[in-house]
Design a protein around this ligand. Structure first.
Ligand code: PFF
Length: 459
């Protein structure tokens, strides 16, 4: 039985689906609070720098690799390395990382879904800030409720991936992404009218380099990687659905621009609200679930704003998790003789099982001593392992594969197909071969503790 490898029906479909993978909770939830914790403007500038200098070459590299091989990550590395089991191992690392990220990311996405329903119920009415915080804690520590929303979110995700690249992913991305842009713009217009807007602009754009240290430099690099979804074979998979006439450097750059734009607009939407009500911008991960509802409660049209905001988070999470599930499914289809529907159901069940300890992390009923042993609860452990280790490591290996393992004519030629800017191929390849591995190598060395680059900044 020959397998049919689907392709995007249109450029718009590809852009919506791939931007959908990139734009997610990373841009809307993580970026504002991490920028807030790292002093604002200077961090934002670094994030922009790393996105375009480090993240974008890898992003383009993954697209080039996928379109050339017309396979998902595992078989791409295996076949293009003359069947080396070691490079196949990189494919397995990618699939395993996607499974782990999907398992905890869907728990957060489940909270977003829960907050949509809670917003429609106006859960914050009559509650003070402390009580609103408590609502989140109650949700976080309720095993059954966490499992319910996590499972429901996975089922929605499964329903979309089930229908395939065109009818599922592309179709839904073309609906969800415009919905996301419109909701974000509506909230942004509201933020424009708030007294804290100019303070938010200054906080986001005026750099104060004294607030930077080595760890914020590394955070900015990690943020750039996470938000472009690179280092996991996802962009390889989405690249394999591209047509040869598509312009990879142009489309890749456009998607990177869209991603940073959404991150910036979301910071400029959240910070004016935070500043107008005198909250600290470095409130941490609870910013969205614990702080913003306090503010929504005080605003006119609160039900509308709050429901819109959490729906926005839900849409953004969904288009990102689709890409994670699709990558697992696509690899399974390449490896095993099975139907897409069967692969999707198996991958979803597997994700649910792997995610159960994350969904139950707040209630401590599954591994009550996990935190005492590992220093972080199960959810935080998986989050940390994937974002700080597996993604940078996957990113480093894919650049080494493209820059050093493959015959360099392959990436150079594939880059040039469908574009008039072939002259950019060589500078891009130079970045991939030298600059990116060194920069990512630095993050990994810092994480291992072999050398603390913070010492270089201290006199
Ligand atoms: N890029 C997504 C975000 O910023 O939320 C998160 C993500 C999706 C990371 C898919 C990794 C990934 F493979």
């Amino acid at each position: 039985m020959s397998k049919i490898h689907e392709h995007w029906t249109s450029r718009l479909g590809f852009i919506m689906a791939t931007a959908g993978s990139a734009i997610g909770l990373g841009s809307l939830w993580r970026f504002p609070y991490v920028a807030g914790e790292n002093g604002g403007g200077a961090f934002v500038l670094l994030y922009l720098f790393f996105t375009f200098i480090i993240g974008l070459p890898v992003f383009i590299g993954e697209l080039v690799l996928g379109r050339y091989s017309q396979k998902s990550a595992l078989l791409t590395y295996y076949e293009l390395s003359n069947n080396s089991p070691n490079w196949k191992g990189l494919g397995w690392l990618n699939v395993f990382s996607c499974l782990l990220i999907l398992s905890y990311y869907s728990v957060v996405a489940g909270w977003c879904l829960s907050y949509v329903v809670m917003s429609l119920n106006k859960f914050y009415v009559g509650l003070d800030a402390e009580a609103i915080k408590q609502v989140f804690n109650t949700l976080y520590t309720s095993p059954g409720i966490n499992l319910f929303w996590f499972g429901l979110f996975l089922l929605i995700n499964m329903g979309i991936v089930f229908s395939g690249v065109r009818k599922g992913i592309e179709h839904w991305s073309k609906i969800l992404m415009p919905a996301l842009f419109v909701s974000l713009m509506a909230l942004f217009c509201y933020a424009l009218t708030l007294p804290g807007f100019s303070k938010a602009v200054a906080f986001t754009f005026v750099p104060d380099f004294t607030k930077l240290n080595a760890s914020s430099v590394l955070n900015a690099l990690g943020m750039a990687f996470f938000s472009l979804s690179v280092g996991l074979g996802i962009i390889v998979t989405y690249g394999s659905y591209m047509n040869k006439k598509d312009n990879i450097p142009y489309n890749g750059t456009l998607i990177a621009f869209m991603t940073v734009l959404v991150s910036l607009i979301s910071a400029l939407t959240i910070f004016p609200i935070v500043f107008s009500f005198g909250f600290p911008p470095e409130a941490g991960p609870g910013l969205v679930f614990q702080t913003l509802p306090v503010l929504f409660a005080k605003l006119p049209a609160s039900i509308l704003l709050s429901t819109l905001f959490f729906s926005l988070l839900f849409f953004a999470a969904l288009t990102s998790t689709i890409s994670l599930l699709e990558t697992i499914v696509a690899n399974m289809l390449d490896l095993f003789e099975m139907k897409r529907e069967t692969a999707t159901i198996i991958a979803t069940i597997l994700t649910f099982v792997v995610g159960i300890p994350s969904a139950l992390s707040g209630s401590d009923i599954l591994f009550p001593t996990w935190k005492a042993i590992y220093g972080k609860n199960f959810f935080d452990t998986v989050n940390y392992l994937t974002a700080s280790w597996f993604m940078p490591f996957g990113g480093l290996l894919v650049t080494l594969f493209l820059g050093w393992r493959l015959n360099k004519e392959i990436p150079l030629q594939e880059f040039g197909l469908g574009t008039k800017t072939q002259y950019l191929a060589k500078p891009w390849f130079f970045m991939l071969r030298w600059v990116v591995p060194v920069a990512v190598g630095i993050i990994i060395i810092q994480e291992t503790g072999l050398f603390n680059f913070a010492h270089l900044f201290k006199k």
